[in-house]
Design a protein. Structure first.
Ligand SMILES: *[C@@H]1O[C@H](CO)[C@@H](O)[C@H](O)[C@H]1NC(C)=O
Ligand SMILES: *[C@@H]1O[C@H](CO)[C@@H](O)[C@H](O)[C@H]1NC(C)=O
Ligand SMILES: *[C@@H]1O[C@H](CO)[C@@H](O)[C@H](O)[C@H]1NC(C)=O
Length: 409
């Protein structure tokens, strides 16, 4: 009997090393001074389901020539974290949302970049316009006040620009720009915490993603770390000005793109590296189907003129991702260690490079372009194919990459 309750007596306390270890462990778990990378967040890792590493990586085609590496960097240090790229009805652009909170547009060599829209009346140049520093941690405490426009789409019927802002929700601004008007900031009485991307149905309804109910954009890394699945696909109906939950329980829903005939839409789930199809019409209406397990973490999806889908992917999955996703207790301990998150992440082999991939409507892979050495692009967010050229956005760097398509090499 006595032996089964060794912690009841104080022998353990007489062992200085063990005592120190137990206290240190307790300290790490409690993190009373927020010294670990969690900084006092209510961190609750959960088990989630990613496809087996080997199965995905062995079957995924690779671009041996690393053709994305021959892309060109444009507008270097003129745009800051251009997440989404859009062109208006007259073909002007690109328009893009920046880390300093503005939506800007390229007006050609003479006029350069001009501010097109703002997402909050509180935006001021003094506070928000921090140039190349906007994509650094310096902007962190300003981001919420200045805004962070992510997904952009023009309504082809009237030239209005719809914006998914990470803090201000679904918004719209007229063809002449200016201050955007909020359309959807709440759903079922609760605030939309992290609007991410959108697409416009021909009947006027807007499908958009709300990445998490628990974390905002600044804390997006914790969504990936926890594996939490509180994200949603939402729909805003202009006639009734109401917002509806289309799908709930998603793990980092991100890009959204309607098909050419609008019978379905595709959306990405970043945490689990998946591309999904949601049927809007026909016998499978309302059903969700897996299109692909991707080699890395997907962001936006965009349609080309041929009705195919470009997916921007930050590569790659790691074997440790699979282990962590099945064993949340490891994440619970490991990420409480008092080291910088970037260091802890690097220990898990999270070196990033870029893969972009083209899918047809059936989900066949038509093209894979990689930049294996990460020379041109890292952390890509969107690929837009316009008139024989790919425009590639990035949420974290100060440039846009372009590449002729089909590639000349
Ligand atoms: C790329 O390399 C792999 C293995 O090194 C090889 O099996 C494959 O045929 C190559 N593909 C092309 C298109 O060269
Ligand atoms: C602008 O800032 C004020 C003061 O901080 C705040 O009360 C208000 O909600 C802000 N407006 C918007 C649209 O965020
Ligand atoms: C537009 O079509 C979508 C997809 O079928 C549907 O969910 C939505 O309710 C429609 N919106 C309006 C305003 O009829």
């Amino acid at each position: 009997m006595e032996k089964r309750i060794p912690f009841r007596d104080d022998r353990i306390l007489q062992h200085p090393f063990l005592l120190t270890f137990v206290l240190a462990l307790g300290f790490v778990f409690m993190d009373p001074f927020h010294v670990g990378p969690l900084g006092g967040r209510d961190y609750r890792p959960v088990k989630h389901n990613v496809a087996p590493y080997k199965q995905v990586m062995d079957s995924w085609p690779t671009d041996n020539r690393s053709r994305l590496g021959s892309g060109k960097l444009e507008f270097v240090d003129q745009v800051y974290g251009p997440e989404s790229l859009e062109f208006d009805l007259m073909g002007r652009g690109p328009y893009t949302g920046l880390a300093d909170g503005r939506v800007v547009r390229w007006m050609g060599d003479t006029l350069g970049w001009e501010t097109f829209a703002l997402v909050t009346p509180n935006w001021t140049e003094k506070l928000c316009a921090n140039g190349v520093a906007s994509t650094t941690s310096k902007q962190a405490k300003l981001e919420q006040r200045c805004g962070r426009p992510l997904g952009l789409r023009f309504d082809r019927n009237n030239g209005n620009l719809y914006i998914a802002d990470a803090y201000y929700g679904l918004m719209v601004v007229g063809p002449g720009g200016g201050l955007a008007t909020p359309l959807a900031t709440h759903v079922e009485g609760k605030p939309i915490l992290f609007a991410n991307d959108l697409d416009i149905h021909k009947n006027g309804s807007i499908f958009f993603t709300d990445t998490s109910k628990r974390y905002n954009r600044l804390d997006h890394f914790f969504i990936l770390l926890e594996g939490e699945a509180t994200g949603r696909l939402l729909r805003y109906d202009p006639p009734s000005k109401t917002t509806h939950i289309v799908l709930d329980g998603l793990a980092f829903p991100n890009g959204v793109q309607l098909s050419k005939d609008q019978s379905f839409l595709l959306f990405t789930e970043t945490t689990n590296c998946r591309l999904w199809k949601y049927w809007l019409e026909g016998p499978k209406m309302g059903l969700v189907e897996l299109v692909a397990d991707l080699p890395g973490y997907p962001d936006n999806v965009r349609l080309n003129d041929r009705g195919e889908f470009w997916v921007a992917i930050d590569c790659c999955r790691t074997p440790s991702q699979e282990i962590l996703s099945h064993n949340p207790w490891i994440k619970n301990f490991y990420f409480r260690l008092p080291f910088k998150m970037s260091f802890l992440a690097r220990m898990f082999g999270m070196e990033m490079y870029t893969v972009i991939s083209l899918f047809n409507e059936k989900g066949d892979i038509l093209e894979v372009l990689e930049d294996k050495k990460g020379e041109v692009m890292k952390l890509v967010s969107e690929v837009r194919e316009v008139n024989g050229k790919l425009w590639i956005g990035t949420v974290a760097h100060n440039h846009i990459a372009t590449l002729p398509y089909p590639p000349r090499i």
